[in-house]
Design a protein. Structure first.
Length: 456
């Protein structure tokens, strides 16, 4: 590219920050705006990236021809800086288009799905890195193995999380893709599940080599010219599946991975829960299809440390355990609760949930209530609006009122820590994609002190 400056509007987002890190690594002058400081923006600043937190066009580089502006669709269309660059001749590109341009001319391995894609793509990137083959990876979460959402390599392989929001994944043309799920979500974009499925089929049609789908998803040869393979946790009719499955007392799964090339015996996923065993099969399917050595794949699965905020264990003792999870869709929440019950059988489960988006709360209130009814106690917080304006009549209460858990309480997030100070905790999980992450360390620290003093 003939640019000297790369300017980001919404630089603190997980996807935007990975691209910012990529161009900073490549030697460009990178700077940008975000609405509020966060741990991620502080990390970017420590890496030499200049960030400001006010809508102020004075921070935009004045060299119009030498500046590329990348923006996230989460930014309001009338935001001052965005309007300025559009009116003053800067080249402006959506984040998804930029990721498509970066991947052009390289082998793109993409992970799509309404849930499961962050853990699966991070694990896939770890397999390639651990194997020594290497890849550049743009991840939707912070890898705990590497402490970043960007991996770089001179090997021309890109691992990309293919995001269905705003149809962003249609900017990618992968060599190999995996589709983990196609559940209803982002109905503010798609209006109904039929249009969502059409978008996933369009994504599959852009795959040149192999598309690997979770067994049962409705992707057929009519939808893509790519070879279709299937994977499953335990459906033995799938091309990639697990057999001889066992689970230890801490929730770690060991299994034999059956694939078209044979059997990889005694695979063990380095993070607990059956859902992560399934994610490891999906990631392994891509790696094996690409041609990586099966023994290296097995070793990489065992050394995987997970992703921050994806079934992330912070405290784990026989009498007090705390896990945080980014889950913000009913299916994700139901899956996480199921995993919690498997790992901690017979223990009392308390969940803290911060709904994300007014539209998602409205569209899935019944499904959220059904999933959350499977905990022993629910602590429900107000909706985190993100990019949305309030919708009359849509509050956390439309979920809360339908929850049939034995105990439940509704509160503002500012009240949470004081409430938990006096709340007995056996197993606790926090859910949400908003700013509930600000409570993770305070909760963990409170529980550690409680354990040290002999309390629960």
């Amino acid at each position: 590219m003939d640019y000297r400056n790369i300017y980001f509007i919404g630089i603190g987002g997980i996807g935007m920050s990975a691209i910012a890190r990529y161009y900073n690594f490549k030697g460009y002058k990178v700077s940008g705006y975000d609405r509020t400081p966060s741990e991620l923006t502080h990390e970017l600043e420590s890496e030499g990236i200049e960030i400001h937190y006010e809508d102020n066009t004075g921070f935009i580089p004045k060299d119009v021809e030498g500046t590329l502006v990348i923006y996230t669709p989460a930014i309001p269309h009338d935001m001052g800086e965005l309007v300025y660059v559009q009116e003053h001749g800067y080249r402006t590109v959506k984040r998804s288009r930029m990721l498509g341009e970066i991947s052009e001319g390289q082998s793109c391995l993409a992970v799509a799905g309404t849930h499961g894609k962050t853990t699966t793509s991070t694990l896939l990137a770890h397999i390639f890195t651990s194997d020594g083959t290497g890849c550049s990876a743009f991840l939707g979460g912070i890898s705990k193995n590497y402490g970043t959402n960007l991996l770089t390599s001179h090997n021309p392989v890109i691992v990309a999380e293919a995001d269905e929001f705003d149809r962003s994944f249609l900017q990618l043309h992968p060599e190999i893709a995996v589709i983990t799920s196609m559940d209803a979500d982002h109905l503010d974009i798609y209006s109904d599940i039929c249009h969502l499925h059409e978008a996933f089929k369009a994504f599959a049609s852009q795959v040149s080599g192999s598309v690997i789908i979770k067994k049962g998803l409705e992707i057929t040869a009519e939808d893509t010219a790519a070879r279709i393979l299937t994977y499953s946790y335990n459906d033995t009719s799938a091309d990639f599946h697990a057999e001889n499955i066992s689970c230890d007392s801490c929730g770690y799964f060991t299994f034999d991975l059956v694939w078209p090339g044979g059997v990889v015996e005694k695979c063990r996923c380095g993070i607990p829960g059956w859902v992560n065993a399934e994610n490891s099969i999906a990631a392994s399917a891509v790696a094996l299809t690409y041609g990586l050595d099966p023994e290296n794949v097995r070793e990489a699965l065992a050394s995987f440390s997970g992703v921050r905020r994806r079934f992330d264990i912070h405290v784990n003792t026989p009498g007090c355990s705390y896990i945080d999870d980014y889950a913000h869709h009913p299916k994700e929440i139901a899956t996480a609760i199921s995993s919690m019950r498997d790992i901690f059988p017979g223990r009392r489960l308390t969940a803290v949930f911060q709904p994300h988006l007014y539209t998602r709360t409205r569209d899935f209130a019944d499904e959220f209530a059904e999933a959350l009814s499977n905990v022993d106690k629910l602590i429900m917080l107000d909706i985190y609006p993100a990019r949305e304006v309030p919708i009359p009549g849509v509050t956390s209460e439309i979920i809360f009122d339908k929850v049939a858990a034995p105990s439940k309480v509704l509160m503002k997030k500012e009240e949470l820590m004081d409430y938990l100070e006096n709340e007995p905790v056996d197993t606790l999980i926090t859910f949400g994609a908003g700013n509930i992450d600000r409570f993770i360390e305070p909760i963990a620290e409170m529980l550690r002190k409680r354990i040290e003093s002999g309390q629960r």
